[in-house]
Structure formats: C-alpha cells, structure tokens
Design a protein around this ligand. Structure first.
Ligand SMILES: CC(C)(COP(=O)(O)OP(=O)(O)OC[C@H]1O[C@@H](n2cnc3c(N)ncnc32)[C@H](O)[C@@H]1OP(=O)(O)O)[C@@H](O)C(=O)NCCC(=O)NCCS
Length: 167
C-alpha cells in the first residue's frame, strides 16, 4: 500500500530528509567492529541491559528507557561494550511524531554513538541489524529521518541500506 507522506511537525529551521526501505527478502546481519548488539523488546531484555543503561544514561535515564520499552510501542537497540552502551537507537512501531505512517511500519530514530566511537560503523551496522531482526518478526517497511545539516547521520543512513529518499 502506498501512502502520502504528511509532515505535521517538522522542525521549523532545518529541512528534514525522510528515507523509506521496503524489505522484500531476508537480509543478513553485518559484523560489528566492537561490542555486542542488543535489541530490547520486553522484560527480559530490560533486566539484561538495565545496568548498562544506568552507567550510560544515569539511573533516571535507565528507568525512563525501561518504561519506554514497557509501553510495547518502542524497541531499544544498540551496542553494548564493557557494561555500557556505546551506541543506541529506537524503533517505534506504527507511529511518528513528524509524519503519518502505516500502523505496521517501523520508524527508526534517535541514533547516537559515543563520541569516541564515532566513524567506526557502529550506528550503521546497528541500524542494519535492527532491520534484520524486525524483518524476521514480520515487519517489512522502515522509515528513518534526519536533518539536512547532519551529513554524518545521512551517511550512516545510506550505509545501513536506505537508498530511497521520499522527502
Ligand atoms: C550520527 C551518528 C549516530 C553516527 O554514528 P556512527 O557510529 O559514527 O556512524 P557510522 O560510523 O556507522 O557512519 C557514519 C558515517 O558518516 C561519516 N561522517 C562523519 N562525519 C561526517 C561529516 N561531517 N560529513 C560527512 N560524513 C561524515 C563517517 O565517516 C561514516 O562514514 P564512512 O564509514 O563512509 O567513513 C553519530 O555521529 C552521532 O551520535 N551523532 C550525534 C547524534 C545525531 O546526530 N544522531 C542522528 C539523529 S538522526
């Protein structure tokens, strides 16, 4: 199904780029240069990663992250190394603050890599890996957006395999 993209809440000053990927066949997981990929969808993942969230985000941040996962509409993913998160991101199921999407599609966002680990492929590999996992769970359409003035983010998105810019 094709839908029209309605940008409802775009940032006023920075142009937003929106990419879409439709996955039609199984994908393979690329290797990570460092750490362990984590994908948190439920209570087991929360308990396994709570300490790393606390060390990286502080304990209020860890509680907030756990509550977001428990909402059932948001999945946490990232790269854990030495008991802290060196990379993180979110996958939202069927909703986006900026544009209207299909209820069974995924919006990826809030990508972050610790400054000392940037440029080593962590974010693009983690993005690709979360797409593989979610595709295995039955999701087929993925969106991601970034700002025009963020070339590192644009490059990361393209490296993860998003070649179709729809806005
Ligand atoms: C965007 C961000 C998550 C990328 O993380 P990362 O782990 O460094 O990403 P990757 O290494 O997978 O890919 C980054 C690519 O951008 C390139 N890059 C970095 N700065 C760049 C710049 N100023 N111009 C062009 N390319 C740039 C890197 O060299 C790398 O490409 P390469 O492998 O071809 O050399 C990280 O820079 C970050 O946390 N930024 C702050 C938060 C942010 O802007 N998040 C994005 C919100 S959508």
């Amino acid at each position: 199904m094709e839908i029209e993209l309605h940008v409802t809440n775009a940032p006023a000053d920075d142009a937003m780029l929106v990419y879409r990927m439709d996955v039609t066949e199984p994908l393979s997981e690329p290797p990570l240069s460092k750490g362990e990929f984590v994908f948190v969808r439920g209570i087991t993942g929360i308990s396994a990663n709570f300490m790393a969230w606390g060390r990286t985000l502080g304990w209020p941040g860890a509680v907030k992250t756990a509550l977001k996962v428990l909402s059932g509409k948001r999945l946490f993913f990232g790269v854990k190394s030495g008991n802290s998160m060196v990379q993180s991101g979110w996958a939202n199921i069927g909703f986006c603050r900026h544009y209207v999407i299909e209820s069974d599609s995924i919006v990826l966002g809030e990508l972050w890599t610790a400054p000392e680990h940037r440029g080593k492929g962590l974010a693009s590999v983690a993005l690709r890996r979360v797409i593989v996992r979610l595709h295995d769970c039955g999701f087929k359409r993925f969106y991601i957006d970034t700002k025009l003035d963020n070339p590192a983010s644009q490059r990361m998105i393209e490296k993860a395999g998003f070649s179709n810019r729809i806005q």
